[in-house]
Design a protein around this ligand. Structure first.
Ligand code: NAD
Length: 302
């Protein structure tokens, strides 16, 4: 069967994304994960289990990967049992993992070298909720001629699919956005803490900032001060949301990319180190990244 879909990496994001493909896309869905429990869950929902990435490539010509980081993607594509060992001509790979743009380019070059196969990086924004609802945003880097083919698969899992340019530019868009977010969350947190120590009620400060030049998403949509906005992690003990460990990972990728391109990122580097410290502190490691406010305000919020 040459028109089947494959999915590798059935984790917090990949699990619900695969469920959307199962219910919305035509044809069989073959799945693989190193975690047998995740595979069983998908099989119970109607997927077919493969024993290695190579078996996915033997059975499918459109393959989505959603893995933790660059080394996992490299090992899934390479090696005797890797995707490239068995990929057929014309296969389309869509890697939705957040990885180093340089690693995406390396995998893409290996994909083209010996076979006519197409590789696109398509990292996502939107968390686990958007993955389940099928409303993710995909940032796609790859050959323009293949964009429509990629879009026809990604549309089952997302609401917005943006072509960013050559391979690696999807990852570039993703890490630039997250670096800006990581920096702005630190800035918003230290500023609200200063305001509080100057005697300002954070809600009053928010009502001013959010209509003034200091306005940003970290302040007006995801405020890190408990009680300013209902329903966000800061008002729920910093539970759920986007973890400090994931933010530290994405800023690490931004740091690597900045080093590779000799780009100065003084604030990105500083923010990276702040989240790195938090992700190795048991008080913050499993909390949302907006808990940087609790760290900076030295209040017992956690
Ligand atoms: P996760 O750790 O929950 O899932 C990763 C899955 O990959 C797991 O099921 C794991 O068993 C599997 N895996 C690991 N190595 C493997 C291998 N060699 N072969 C096969 N399977 C393997 O991670 P996640 O939260 O689903 O995130 C996946 C990617 O999406 C990451 O790059 C992350 O940065 C990115 N992302 C996550 C979020 C989020 O909110 N969680 C949001 C946007 C982007």
């Amino acid at each position: 069967n040459t028109s089947s879909l494959g999915f590798i990496g059935l984790g917090n994001m990949g699990g619900p994304m695969a469920m959307n493909l199962l219910s919305k896309a035509k044809g069989d869905l073959w799945v693989y994960d190193v975690n047998a429990e995740s595979v069983d869950k998908a099989v119970k929902a109607g997927a077919k289990a493969a024993s290695a990435p190579a078996e996915i490539a033997e059975n499918c010509d459109r393959i989505v990967t959603m893995l933790p980081n660059s080394p996992h993607v490299m090992s899934t594509f390479g090696g005797d049992q890797g995707l490239l060992a068995a990929a057929k001509a014309g296969t389309l790979f869509l890697d939705c993992s957040t990885i180093d743009p340089a690693a995406a380019q390396t995998v893409s070059i290996s994909s083209y070298e010996n076979w006519v196969v197409f590789f696109m990086d398509a990292p996502v924004s939107g968390g686990v909720g958007a993955a389940a609802a099928g409303t993710l945003t995909f940032m796609v880097g790859g050959p323009a001629a293949e964009f429509e083919a990629g879009q026809s698969i990604l549309q089952h899992m997302g609401a917005k699919i943006v072509a960013c340019g050559e391979v690696g530019t999807g990852q570039a868009a993703k890490i630039c956005n997250n670096m800006m977010l990581g920096i702005s969350m630190v800035g918003v947190s230290e500023t609200y803490n200063l305001g509080k120590r100057l005697g300002l009620d954070p809600k009053i400060l928010a009502s001013i900032v959010n209509a003034a030049s200091g306005r940003c998403w970290a302040s007006d949509t995801y405020n890190p001060v408990p009680g300013v906005i209902e329903g966000v992690p800061s008002s729920n003990g910093y539970a759920g949301g986007f973890g400090t460990t994931l933010m530290a990972k994405d800023l690490g990728l931004a740091q690597d990319a900045a080093t590779n391109t000799q780009s100065p990122i003084p604030l990105g580097s500083l923010a990276h180190q702040i989240y790195r410290v938090m992700s190795s502190d048991p008080r913050f490691a499993d909390k949302d990244f907006s808990s940087v406010y609790a760290l900076l305000s030295e209040e017992k919020l956690i």
